[in-house]
Design a protein around this ligand. Structure first.
Ligand code: TXA
Ligand code: MG
Length: 544
């Protein structure tokens, strides 16, 4: 079947209406998501929706109308309860579906044999024009293949259903981005079955008491019935496995940065994107749940377009307001798999960094004397090059020439290839940094089990590697240029010129000072360095 891509012009709406009157299916823009519309009064037309979507037939459809009067005009309900009238008055046209006792005119295919029907008056002008032009109530589920994320553009509908339906009207991107709130007035008090654009708080303001179905926020137990059949199916999933991650922004960034680069994508907030070293898709600002709702389904679809990505991490939203709908969709996309970072971290991680010659190593020794455990990033980086996955990826990027005859990495040769230019250095870092972070985390956890509460990660490129996002606090050790120059010449027995060239390859002290919680300026002697370090330790312990 050819699927027409129609515009919102009157003649195209007429064409779409004609298709509907003839029992066909049309992808229809609405303010929530695109719907797959059919004549709600025809069993045959409605049945073909289930076939096109691959949808289980016990999952009922919403009936869309173009004015409140349509309810009586088409004789859709046995009763239009007072609470439903109130809701209609306040929230229609808009993203609210009201479930009421159904009339006999509604075919059982629409309601999955239930005795009630969900009705919605959308605010999208094109949806209403189409309903009016067809002169029919339109049954319409979201216009996606069953199980995949709901479509928020005409292109999404085409991607899923091209060749299976008569037409799609391109009405631009859906404004809300999540499906309507579903509330039933067949219970006392009325119950929200699916959260959406109209929040629980808004509904309570109008109705007073409103309950929330268990299935909204939790997984149904085996054998438990969902008040809304749609809530029992796995939904909204891209092909990659989605994990919902609970934890603050910093822990989130630290966690995702230590996941393998090639196979990981991250849905995140704008504020976190600069700190994440993986492929990211931003959902909007952290506090802007409207933007997040608007972007969510598109982002889930986009995640599947990254080549090789098998895992997608998403921060867990708060459940207030629109956040409840976001959480509801995401927890389903994740098949109820969440990762709670609070459960996994039982130690304070202190990052220790600074430019060469500043005395970072000495600070690490003082911290050890004071009972802190330290992990040396350079040593971990060495170990990372023994990791088989890492070796495989490095060979893929730089060729077999980086290997010794026994298959291990020849570090000198690798350095020759990897530091040739900025691009190759980036490639090296992309492959090694997540492995280094993962191995380092394993060491932190091992030390925590041994009883260390405070662990220091001694890393010259703490910020560049993304390891800063793992840390609770960061200490930078710096010193004046002249002092560092003297120290490097003396320590490594090199000329002034050589020391200069090494130092100029590094970031200036200001870079470290601007990003650290504590700065130790080491221009004097060891005694002074010790005093400063102990002051920092005291402040650290006071904060804990
Ligand atoms: O925003 C929306 O509601 C979109 C647009 C196209 O209007 N439509 C939509 O339809 O999301 P669908 O079929 O994907 O979701 C309908 C939800 C399902 O969870 C279904 O179980 C529930 O509404 N539902 C429909 N009628 C019901 C009824 N009589 N009793 C209980 N739940 C019902
Ligand atoms: Mg749906």
């Amino acid at each position: 079947m050819e699927t027409l891509l129609l515009t919102t012009k009157q003649e195209d709406i007429k064409t779409a209406a004609e298709i509907l009157r003839n029992g066909g299916l049309v992808g229809m823009p609405t303010e929530t998501v695109y719907g797959l519309a059919a004549n709600a009064l025809s069993s045959e037309a409605v049945s073909s929706i289930f076939v096109a979507k691959g949808r289980p037939s016990d999952n009922p459809l919403i009936v869309h109308i173009s004015s409140v009067e349509d309810i009586e005009k088409y004789n859709l309900v046995r009763e239009f309860p007072e609470s439903a009238r109130l809701l209609a008055e306040h929230f229609w046209p808009g993203p609210l579906t009201i479930i009421m006792p159904k009339s006999r005119l509604i075919p059982k295919e629409v309601t999955g044999n239930l005795d009630s029907v969900g009705i919605r008056l959308p605010s999208h002008p094109v949806a209403r024009a189409l309903i009016k032009e067809a002169d029919l109530p339109l049954a319409a589920p979201s216009a996606n293949l069953s199980g995949s994320p709901s479509p928020t553009t005409a292109q999404h509908v085409m991607d899923d259903l091209k060749g299976r339906i008569g037409a799609v009207i391109d009405g631009g991107q859906s404004d809300v981005g999540l499906e309507s709130t579903v509330i039933t007035v067949c219970t006392n008090p009325p119950m929200v079955l699916r959260p959406g654009g109209i929040t629980l708080e808004q509904l309570k303001e109008v109705l007073g008491e409103v309950s929330l179905s268990d299935a909204v926020l939790e997984k149904l137990r085996d054998g438990e019935e969902a008040a809304s059949p749609g809530m029992k199916y796995k939904h909204y999933s891209p092909k990659a496995k989605v994990y919902l991650v609970k934890g603050d922004s910093k822990d989130f960034c630290g966690f995702v940065n230590s996941q393998p680069f090639n196979t990981t994508a991250v849905l995140c907030y704008n504020e976190d994107a600069p700190y994440i070293h993986h492929k990211t898709i931003s959902l909007g600002n952290r506090a802007d749940s409207k933007a997040q709702a608007h972007n969510l389904f598109g982002a889930l679809r986009e995640a599947d377009r990254f080549e090789g990505v098998t895992t997608v991490y998403v921060p867990c939203p708060d459940k207030e307001g629109l956040g409840m709908a976001l959480f509801n969709r995401l927890i389903r996309a994740a098949g109820f798999e969440t990762i709670d970072l609070k459960d996994t971290k039982a130690y304070t991680l202190i990052g220790l960094t600074g430019p060469t010659g500043a005395g970072k190593g000495q600070v690490a020794s003082i911290l050890r004397e004071q009972g802190f455990a330290t992990v040396d990033a350079d040593k971990v980086a060495h170990k990372a090059l023994e990791n088989p996955e890492c070796i495989k990826n490095l060979v893929e990027s730089f060729g077999e020439d980086i290997l010794n005859s026994d298959g291990t990495i020849n570090r000198r040769k690798l350095a020759g290839f990897a530091f040739k230019n900025e691009e190759s250095t980036k490639a090296l870092n992309r492959i090694t940094h997540p492995v280094i972070l993962q191995l380092a985390k394993a060491e932190f956890e091992h030390l925590a089990k041994e009883g260390f509460d405070n662990i220091v990660f001694d890393a010259p490129t703490l910020f560049e590697s993304g390891a800063d996002t793992l840390c609770d606090k960061i200490i930078a050790v710096t010193a004046s240029f002249e002092t560092r120059l003297e120290r490097i010449m003396c320590r490594d027995n090199i000329t002034k010129e050589e020391a200069h060239s090494r130092m100029s390859a590094q970031k200036p002290s200001k870079f470290y000072e601007g990003k650290a919680d504590f700065v130790i300026t080491n221009n004097s002697d060891l005694e002074n360095l010790k005093t400063q370090t102990i002051t920092v330790i005291k402040e650290l312990c006071d904060e804990q």
